[in-house]
Each structure stands twice: as C-alpha cells, then as structure tokens.
Design a protein around this ligand. Structure first.
Ligand code: AMP
Length: 395
C-alpha cells in the first residue's frame, strides 16, 4: 500500500509518500511560504531533486502541487493518484478525546475542531491540510495521528497541575504532552533492537531537537512527559524557556511593558538556548561558539544538559527504576558531546558511557558499556513512518 503522510503547518507542508510494505520512502518534500509566495522542494527517491518557486495562495494549492509532482512524468514516482490508498495526517492536539489514531470522518473532524483552542497555532492548520486532501482525493481514507495521544495513559498525579480543580473541569487545563508519535515509535523500536518485550522495559526517551521533551515509558505506556498544557513546559529548548516560576511573567511584563501574550511570545520564541547564549538555537553553532570561549554559549549548553539530567532523574524515580535511556531527534541522534555531557550526571544510576560507541551520528546503537547497569542508546526517530504504520493499521 502507498501512504501519503502529511504534516501541514500554517505556512509550510511536509510530505512523504511511503510504500508500507517495504517501508521505503518513494518521495518526500516540503512546501514553504504558503500564503506568501510559495516554494516547493520535491525529492523523488532515485531521481533528481526539484526546487521551484510556485504560487501557493493556500494549503489546497500546496497539496495540489504536491500531487502533480508525485504523478509527474519526469519527477513523479506513481503513475496515477489512485495508487495512493491512504493519507496519514499529523494532528498536534487531540485533547482528552483521542487516545489513539482515528479514521478522519466528518464527526472526528468536528471533534478535532473543538481542540483548536488548545493548539491555536497548529490544529487549524492541520485541519486545513486534512480538508484540502479530502477535496483533492475524494474517497481516499484519511487517518489522523495525534502528538498528544500516546500520553493519554498518564495518571492524574502526572497530568494535573496544582491549580483549582475547576480549571481542569471547565477549561481542560491539564498536562497533555507532545511528541507522542516519536516517543511511542522510539520506545517500541528500543525494545525491538534489544530483543525484549516492550512490556518488560522501563525506558526514558529523550527527544532532543529544536523542540525537546522527555518521556517516561513504563511497559510501553507513557506515564509522564516533560511538555504540558502546551509544548512550552519542561526542558530548556532551542528558543523555548521550558519550566519557569510563573511569577516571572508578571515581573517581566511590568519591566518590559509587555502584555501576557507578549511575554509568552518571548518565552516561546526568544528564550531557550538562543535567548541564553544570544548566539543561536542550533547546537552546532553553540558548540563552535563555546569552543571559541563564548561563556554564554557554554552556559546555554550546561543549562540544557543539566535540565535533561534532572528530568531523567525524576523519571527514574517516577518509574522506580529505569532500564534504558534512549536519545533521539536532531541533538539526541547527532550530538555526541551533548549525550556525553548528560550521561555524566547519571553515574549514580550505574550508567557508564562507551566513548567509542558514542562517537557516531544517527545510527541505532547502544552507547553504554556492556557492564553498565542501565543501557544508554541512540535510536533515530521516524515520525512519518510511525504515521504511515498507524494509517495502514486503521485502513
Ligand atoms: P530536530 O528538531 O529534531 O530536527 O533537531 C534540530 C536540531 O538538531 C538543530 O537545531 C540542531 O541544534 C541539532 N543538530 C542537528 N544536527 C546536529 C549535529 N550534527 N550536531 C549537533 N546538533 C545537531
């Protein structure tokens, strides 16, 4: 079966066409600047890449262009649209309604719309992508895969905030967690690699990318995760502050003459390692700056590693133990220095890093020594493949 995986944002759209049997990517690409002017990068496997400027007034125009390229005589990878048997859509927020992936019926779409308020930047854009695909590929089954679904197993003690209970009842204010597709994929893959049953493993997945989160997976089930009501909570990230004393909001608002929205914007877009260092949100730039003696870049890297290590410690406590710590996403898969820096804090758990094994990028690999009491490993994530598998399972 050929499955089209769509991740539709407000001004961009990422896609992959995957053969679900071989799990090979037939083509992938990115539409950017939707609603502004429009740019498409299309990468068909085994053929030359195409990069064009093309008008994309809206998401429907972007999807239309993608479909034209997938079926193009020169850069296409399928003869006809009828070869696409399912479309898997990434949906950021499923609230408490969706604890697993679903076929996107009209009723389901209406329920997702109700979650828009919880993710105003993401869900409406996801829905526009879904509706565009429904229009352009009528009759093809569509599946929604939620970032929040995997964490719906969290117990109340992990998902409730210390706020008046009626805010949860009236406004659904609670911790939801994100990156669920990645945490689910990695925790399952870790068990496969180790030849163990996921039910027998306590795994801490460290998804460290531009957005970062950690998840405690006990027996294949998410029991806690570092992101909360929104993806702002938890770790210090590329540009996001992560955990913070909420009183800081009022104080900064007063000092900087900002309203609440203005301060939250700073916490989302101008904070994190970028805000601390004043250099970049990219860890490669921070590493270079730190090596050149930039103290703020060094501080940013130290703060990042320290916060990750604190969360790992707290999740080892939450699960009363840990068998595997898995590193994934841009930083987790590629940054050997950051992995080493984090593992340095974890000696008390009985982890010993194998420096030679750690000296690699983007490979599935155990990076702890054979006598290490807890296994540390790199496990590249693949959210698109996870979405494709969910779509196949439901269709
Ligand atoms: P992601 O959000 O998972 O795509 O991760 C993106 C981030 O990964 C970038 O902002 C970089 O900070 C980081 N990254 C990617 N490649 C490397 C690398 N080779 N070394 C260090 N960090 C990297």
């Amino acid at each position: 079966m050929k499955v089209l995986v769509i991740n539709c944002g407000s001004s961009s759209l990422k896609y992959q066409l995957i053969d679900s049997v071989s799990e090979e990517v037939l083509a992938k690409g990115l539409c950017e600047r939707i609603g502004i002017d429009g740019r498409l990068t299309h990468k068909p496997t085994g053929k030359a890449e195409v990069a064009i400027e093309a008008a994309m007034p809206d998401q429907k125009a972007a999807v239309s262009l993608v479909l034209a390229h997938l079926t193009d005589a020169v850069c296409g990878v399928i003869a006809d649209l009828s070869e696409i048997e399912a479309v898997g859509h990434r949906v950021v927020h499923g609230g408490e309604k969706f604890a697993s992936s679903v076929i996107l019926t009209e009723e389901v779409i209406a329920e997702i719309e109700k979650c828009n308020e919880l993710a105003p930047l993401h869900n409406p854009a996801n829905l526009i992508g879904i509706n565009a695909c429904k229009d352009l590929m009528p009759g093809v089954p569509m599946v929604g895969v939620f970032d929040t679904a995997f964490h719906q197993t969290m117990p109340k003690k992990a998902f409730l905030y210390g706020l008046p209970y009626e805010y949860y009842e009236k406004y659904a204010v609670r911790r939801y967690g994100f990156h669920g597709t990645s945490h689910s994929f990695v925790s399952k893959r870790v068990a496969e690699i180790l030849g163990k049953d996921v039910k027998d493993l306590k795994t801490i997945v460290c998804h460290l990318g531009n957005g970062s989160s950690i998840c405690a997976v006990d027996g294949g089930i998410s029991v806690d995760t570092s992101m909360g009501f929104t993806p702002l909570e938890g770790l210090v990230m590329g540009t996001r502050s992560g955990d913070l004393d909420p009183a800081v909001l009022e104080y900064i608002a007063g000092k900087e003459g900002l309203d609440v929205k203005g301060v939250v914007n700073v916490l989302n877009k101008k904070s994190g390692v970028h805000g601390i260092s004043g250099v970049s949100s990219d860890f490669r730039d921070l590493d270079t700056a730190s090596k050149e003696g930039n103290e703020r870049a060094t501080a940013a890297l130290d703060i990042f590693a320290y916060r990750v290590a604190k969360y790992v410690g707290s999740y080892a406590a939450a699960m009363n133990g840990v068998d595997v710590i898995a590193f994934t996403a841009g930083i987790g898969e590629n940054d050997k220095g950051m992995r080493a820096k984090i593992v340095e804090y974890l000696g008390y758990l009985g982890i010993t890093l194998d420096a030679e094994a750690n000296d690699c990028r983007g490979k599935e690999r155990v990076i702890s020594t054979p006598d290490s009491k807890v296994i540390a490993m790199i496990c590249p994530t693949n959210e698109e493949l996870a979405i494709c598998r969910e779509a196949v399972a439901l269709v």
